[in-house]
Ligand binder design. Structure first.
Ligand code: SF4
Ligand code: SF4
Length: 169
């Protein structure tokens, strides 16, 4: 088993983030919030780098007609000077975000380098053309109804071709 590592790319925060609601601002960095997926309230503490930006936006959004702002998490922020995004409340992000895993399996090549990730039922993300071909030919046809059996069969096929599958916990 491999441990899931979130690289904070922010991709899931566009869809998952639609469920994150700021109920009220408590002070310059702290917000009382709710996640509508599990209907749990949580306290969010904003990274100082984004505190003013979020406070300003919160004030404006409070007066704006519904639907004015894009439906992404209010705490998703662009990293200054880069094209990437980050969570402005990462240390206090809600349970739903902490438990979310965007891939279920890592695939390593014969040198131990990560060369693929499996997301959803059986979608492969890889830059390795040989692995992609193998996946499409031998893995995609495997029924995914029984996850444990699917993992066992996929791991065996990959091992036969020099790859190592590590399910993510
Ligand atoms: S859970 Fe995955 S998609 Fe979401 S921010 Fe982390 S790495 Fe990106
Ligand atoms: S709270 Fe953070 S991790 Fe959760 S959806 Fe918003 S930006 Fe993403």
């Amino acid at each position: 088993m491999a441990s899931f590592t979130c690289d904070r790319c922010g991709k899931c925060c566009v869809s998952l983030g639609q469920s994150i609601i700021i109920e009220r601002q408590l002070n310059d960095r702290n917000y009382y919030c709710r996640s509508t997926i599990d209907n749990l309230f949580f306290s969010a503490r904003v990274d100082p780098a984004f505190a003013e930006e979020i406070a300003d936006e919160f004030l404006v959004q409070g007066d704006a007609p519904a639907g004015t702002y894009p439906k992404v998490c209010p705490f998703l922020r662009k990293v200054p000077g880069s094209d990437t995004t980050t969570c402005a409340i990462y240390a206090t992000r809600p349970k739903i975000c902490q438990s979310f895993t965007c891939y279920r399996m890592i695939i390593m090549d014969r040198n131990g380098n990560t060369c693929g990730r499996v997301i959803g039922k059986n979608t492969l993300r890889t830059d390795d053309p040989a692995l992609e071909k193998l996946w499409q030919g031998l893995v995609v046809p495997i029924p995914s109804g029984n996850p444990a059996e699917w993992t066992r069969r996929v791991a065996a096929i990959l091992a036969d071709h020099g790859y190592h599958a590590k399910p993510v916990e």
